[in-house]
Structures are given as C-alpha cells and as structure tokens.
Write a protein that binds this ligand. Structure first.
Ligand code: SF4
Length: 212
C-alpha cells in the first residue's frame, strides 16, 4: 500500500495556466498539469484514462481528501483502493502520482452537516469543503488546474459539484470541468473486472442511513 505523499519527480509547468483567468475555458490539448481530487477508486478509473487520452502529456496528481467518510475504517478502505488502482494504472509513459497526505479530519464536515443535515444542502456543503481544499492544494503545489472524480458518478448531484468547483477557483487553480458520467458503464465494468472495492453508500453516516 502506498502511504504519505509521493514526490512527482518532474518540474511543474503551470506558469502558462497561472497566467490565464480562473474561469477561462481549457483549450483542447493545452492542459499541462492537473490535481485531481479522488473520492474512491471506482469513480477514478475512467476519468484518469479519459484525461490521459485527451491530454497525453498531462502531469496528473491524484489527491485523496475525503473528510466526509465515516467511519475511519471505511476511509482507509477507500484510500487503499485508490492505492491499488494507481499500482495497476502506472505506466512508464505517464506522469501519474498520488498524494494521501491530507489527514483524516471529519470535524469540519460534521460541523457543516449538523447545520444543514438534509440533502441537497448537506451534499452541497460536502462538495464545497472538498473542492475548496483541492483548489488550495492545487494552487499551493503549482498544479494550475484541479478537478474531481465526483464528476463521474451518476449517483452524485452533478450540477452542485460543478458549481462548487467553479466557486472554489483561485488565481492559481482553475477548475477543469468534464462530464465524466459518459464513462459510467465502462468504468463500472472495469472496476468489477479489477476487483476494486465498491462501497454501497456515498460516504457519510447520513448517506449510509438514507441509502440503506
Ligand atoms: S451523502 Fe455523500 S455527498 Fe452527500 S453529504 Fe454524505 S458523503 Fe457528502
């Protein structure tokens, strides 16, 4: 299992991205580097491949930060699933690294959820927390762009995720939007074939309760 932060071993080339306005559209094949917030392995497998297909020279950093997941054992199980996925997808001609350094700190999520325990407001807060943190990490690391595998799931509130991503943008971190849901059947099939852990609830105790 991978643990801690992994260095990427290449020079960041985000200066051109930093010079663009945060909400400017990404020209085809122009993206140099991207920090991709990852919620779980089954949602990551298709977006990773789609990004490399569209941007062959992309320097892609996966970033696992999900304080919404309860309990801790479930958080670890999903994190380990992402580590396994990366071990399977690693290839010499790709720049694919992963960062598991964000600690498990559910306090902020639980405090926000207690204020708005009903969905969709609770889920909106959940997306905002994670994508604001992803934007900050992308900016601090010089990645220039950020996105999320949450955009893959047909079970998530897609428009709220896109809205949270746009809101989270910073001068040095532009939100990359793509409707990864088009790959849902293929990604699900791949996850099954690879034997990836596939959870049966979204992440939080509220979701586990609602989704049975
Ligand atoms: S159901 Fe999922 S998206 Fe909604 S608050 Fe819970 S973990 Fe977040």
């Amino acid at each position: 299992m991978m643990s801690g932060s992994e260095t990427d071993g290449f020079a960041h080339q985000a200066q051109s991205a930093l010079a663009r306005p945060a909400d400017a559209p990404v020209p085809p094949n122009s993206m140099d580097s991207l920090l991709l917030h990852v919620c779980c392995a089954p949602c990551a497998i298709w977006p990773i491949q789609a990004l490399f297909q569209k941007f062959p020279d992309l320097k892609l950093r996966l970033w696992f930060h999900n304080p919404n997941i309860q309990p801790l054992a479930e958080f670890r199980r999903r994190r380990d699933g992402v580590a396994f996925l990366v071990s399977q997808l690693a290839a010499p001609n790709r720049s694919l690294t992963v960062d598991f350094s964000p600690p498990y700190e559910p306090d902020q999520f639980l405090a926000r959820a207690a204020q708005t325990p009903k969905t969709p407001e609770r889920c909106q807060a959940c997306y905002e927390i994670r994508l604001a943190a992803a934007a900050a990490a992308a900016e601090a690391g010089g990645w220039g762009n950020f996105s999320t595998t949450l955009l893959f799931s047909r079970r998530q509130k897609h428009e709220l995720i896109a809205q949270a991503g746009r809101m989270a943008q910073r001068p040095g971190a532009r939100f990359y939007y793509e409707d990864f849901r088009v790959g849902w059947p293929a990604g699900q099939a791949q996850a099954r074939a690879m034997g990836l852990y596939r959870q049966n609830y979204c992440g939080c105790v509220y979701g586990a309760w609602e989704q049975g």
